[in-house]
Design a protein around this ligand. Sequence first.
Ligand SMILES: Nc1ncnc2c1ncn2[C@@H]1O[C@H](COP(=O)(O)OP(=O)(O)OP(=O)(O)O)[C@@H](O)[C@H]1O
Ligand SMILES: [Mg+2]
Length: 242
Amino acid sequence: MIQIQNLRVSVEWKEILRNIDISFELGKTYYLLGQNGSGKSSLALTLMGHPKYQIQEGTMTLDGENLATMTPDERSHKGLFLSLQNIPEVRGVRLGEYLRTIHNRHIATGTKPLSSFLCHRYLTTLTKELGIPESFLDRDLNVGFSGGEKRKIEILQMKLLNPKYIILDEIESGLDIDAFRTVAELLARVKTPENTLIIITHNFRMTEFVKPDEVIILKGGNIVERGGGDLVEKIGMEGFGE
Ligand SMILES: Nc1ncnc2c1ncn2[C@@H]1O[C@H](COP(=O)(O)OP(=O)(O)OP(=O)(O)O)[C@@H](O)[C@H]1O
Ligand SMILES: [Mg+2]
C-alpha cells in the first residue's frame, strides 16, 4: 500500500499541494481528477521523487517504507512506475538496449540477466502482443515516435517490469479515437489483482475500460472530493465547478 499523510509540497517556494491524505491499496484502481493546474502531475512527480518537488510536511510510505528518503531509482525498484504526461525523447539510446538495461536492473538478485539475444526474442513477443513494429527496437528512445507509439512503448515497459504501483499521467493525451481505445484496452489487460493503477486523465471514457475503485478530485492543490465511479458521471455532467 502507498500511504500519504498530511502531505504539503512546494516548488520553488510556491506551495502546490497541501493536506493530502490518500491510501492506494494493492489491487485497486484509482482515478485522480481535477482541472488543469489542480496539482495532479505534481502529486505524481512528488511520489516518484522529482527533486524540484519539496516535501514541507507529512509522510509518504510504500509498503511501510519511507518513500521520501528514497531516490527515484530506489522507488522504481520498490515497484513504483510513472508514465509521464510529457514523455522525453532520448537521443543516442536505442529502445531495445534501454529496455534490456531496465529489465536486467529490475530482476531479483540471483536471477541471471538476459543476454542481448534472449532479450531481443522476449521483446519481439511483447512488441507483437502490443502491435508495435519490431523495427522500433533499433530506433532511439522515443525519438520521432508519434504520440500513440510513445504511449504503447510506456505500456511495453509496464509489461516488462511488472510494477506494483503504476501512475499514468494523461496516458490518453495526443491519442486519436482508435488509438485511445487500443491503449485503454491494453491498460485493462495490464491491470491484475497484484497491481494498482493510479490514473490521471481528462478523458472519462477511460473508466469504461478500467473501472475505478475510488475517485479523488483535486482542486488548487487540495483534495476536495472523493467517491466511487458515480462521481465521474456527476463531474462529466456538471464539471468540476468554480
Ligand atoms: N516545476 C514547477 N515550477 C513552477 N510551478 C509549478 C511546477 N510544477 C507545477 N507547478 C504549478 O503547480 C500547479 C499544479 O500543476 P500540475 O502540473 O500539478 O497540474 P495538473 O493538475 O497536472 O494540470 P494538467 O491537467 O494541466 O496537467 C500549477 O499552478 C503549476 O503551474
Ligand atoms: Mg498534469
